[in-house]
Design a binder for this molecule. Structure first.
Ligand code: ATP
Length: 367
C-alpha cells in the first residue's frame, strides 16, 4: 500500500445525485495538493470522505498505507479544518488549541512545555499571539478562523485536510498566510489536501492542483501546467483571474501555415501549437483559449489589431481589466499601461497567439 493519501475510484451520491464520481487522487507525504472547482463541485464532500464524516459508496481511501475507507473518524488520524469552524465557547484561544493536543487519541503529545511551544508557534504563524487569552465571542470571524487553523496545524496527523482555511481573512493577510502555511505544510511529513474555490489560491499554495467540476476530476497536474495547458475549456475558464478567453472559430491553412480564424479576425499560432495540431490532424471547428495577458491596446487602425467596443474597465493600480465586445464575443484583457478608457469607447486590441491553447469544439478538450 502507498504512503500519503490515496483515493481510488471514490464515489459518493446524496439522494441519487453524484457529489463525487470515480475520484482518484494521490497526495504524497509532505506534498500540498489543492482541490479547486466551483461551488458544489464536491470539494467539501471529498474532505469529509477522507475524514470519515461521510462514507464512500464505492472506491477506497488509504492514509499512510492504511485502508481507512470503513474506519470511523477518530481512527483515521486526520486533522480537518472546516470551512465552518466551531470553537469551544467556554475556552480561550490558547485552550482551544491545547484541547486538541491533550485529547486521549493524541497519546504522547501531553508534555506541557511542548504543548506551550507548539501553541506559541502556530499563534505567531497566524499573527494571533496577542489574542491568546481572548474568548471566542470576543473574536471576529477571521480571527475565529485563524484559531481553527491553529488547532488543525498544531496536530501532527497522518493527513492535513484544509477546507477553505483562509477564506474569511482580508486579502493582505490571506496572501501572507498562503506563503507561511505552505512553508509549514511542505516541511511536515504528512500530505495536505487544501480545498478552495479560488483558483489563484490553489495555484499559489500547491505542488499539484486537482480541478474538480460536478464531482469529476478534470485535470491533476502542476500549477504551471494547469495554467498554461488547461485540459479542457472548463479548466481554462475556471483557472486564472480572469479565466481564459474562449473564442469559437476554425483552423485554416493559409500559405501552408495553420491559423485560427474567428469571424472578426485571424490569429497566427505558435510553431509549437502548429506542430501539435499538425500531428493531431485536427481541422474544422475549434475554440481558441487566450489569456487576458496576451492582449494589448494597439494604436488605432493597426493592421494586426481588431476593433472592440468597451463594456467595462476596472483599474486595479498597476493593471486594469478591460472587458470588451469583439463581434458577438466578450473578451477580457489585462492592460498594463495607464491609458484611461471609458465604457462605450471603441478601441483596437492586438491579440497574441503565442500562448494560445486550441480546444476541439466538439469535445471541449485541448488538442
Ligand atoms: P462549496 O465551494 O460551495 O463549499 P463544494 O465543492 O465543497 O462547494 P460540496 O459541498 O462537496 O461542494 O457539495 C457537492 C454536491 O453535493 C453539491 O451538489 C451539494 O449540494 C451536494 N451535497 C453535499 N452534502 C450534501 C448532503 N449532506 N446532502 C445532500 N446533498 C449534499
Amino acid at each position: 500500500m502507498r504512503a500519503g493519501l490515496v483515493l481510488e475510484q471514490v464515489d459518493k451520491s446524496f439522494a441519487g445525485a453524484k457529489a463525487v464520481e470515480r475520484l482518484s487522487l494521490e497526495v504524497h507525504p509532505g506534498e500540498v495538493v489543492a482541490l479547486t472547482g466551483p461551488s458544489g463541485a464536491g470539494k467539501t464532500t471529498t474532505c469529509r470522505l477522507v475524514a470519515g464524516l461521510e462514507y464512500a459508496d464505492a472506491g477506497n481511501i488509504s492514509v499512510a498505507g492504511r485502508d481507512v475507507t470503513r474506519l470511523p473518524p477518530q481512527q483515521r488520524d486526520v486533522s480537518l479544518m472546516f470551512e465552518s469552524f466551531a470553537l469551544y465557547p467556554m475556552m480561550n484561544v490558547a485552550d482551544n488549541i491545547a484541547f486538541a493536543l491533550r485529547a486521549p487519541t493524541r497519546a504522547g503529545r501531553t508534555d506541557a512545555a511542548a504543548i506551550a511551544r507548539c501553541i506559541d508557534e502556530v499563534l505567531a504563524l497566524t499573527e494571533m499571539s496577542d489574542l491568546r487569552e481572548r474568548m471566542p465571542h470576543e473574536l471576529s470571524g477571521g480571527q475565529k478562523q485563524r484559531v481553527a487553523l491553529c488547532r488543525a496545524l498544531a496536530l501532527e496527523p497522518a493527513v492535513y485536510l484544509m477546507d477553505e482555511p483562509i477564506s474569511h481573512l482580508d486579502a493582505k493577510l490571506r496572501h501572507k498566510l498562503r506563503a507561511a502555511l505552505r512553508r509549514r505544510l511542505v516541511a511536515a511529513p504528512a500530505p495536505t489536501l487544501w480545498c478552495t474555490p479560488d483558483s489563484m489560491e490553489a495555484l499559489s499554495v500547491a505542488d499539484r492542483v486537482a480541478v474538480l467540476v460536478d464531482g469529476r476530476l478534470q485535470q491533476f497536474d502542476r500549477p504551471e501546467a494547469i495554467y498554461t495547458r488547461p485540459a479542457n475549456t472548463q479548466v481554462a475558464r475556471l483557472v486564472g483571474d480572469p479565466g481564459m478567453n474562449l473564442l469559437p472559430g476554425t483552423l485554416v491553412r493559409d500559405d501552408g501555415a495553420l491559423r485560427f480564424r474567428h469571424k472578426e479576425m485571424t490569429v497566427d499560432l505558435s510553431d509549437e501549437t502548429r506542430t501539435r495540431l499538425d500531428a493531431s490532424g485536427s481541422s474544422g471547428n475549434v475554440v481558441l483559449g487566450v489569456r487576458a495577458t496576451d492582449m494589448e491596446i494597439a494604436e488605432p487602425g493597426a493592421a494586426d489589431a481588431h476593433r472592440v467596443e468597451v463594456y467595462s474597465y476596472e483599474p486595479f493600480g498597476k493593471y486594469a481589466i478591460l472587458t470588451a465586445k469583439l463581434g458577438g464575443d466578450m473578451i477580457k484583457a489585462k492592460i498594463f499601461d495607464a491609458t484611461h478608457v471609458d465604457i462605450g469607447d471603441v478601441l483596437s486590441i492586438r491579440l497574441h497567439g503565442r500562448n494560445a491553447v486550441v480546444f476541439d469544439a466538439a469535445t471541449a478538450k485541448a488538442i
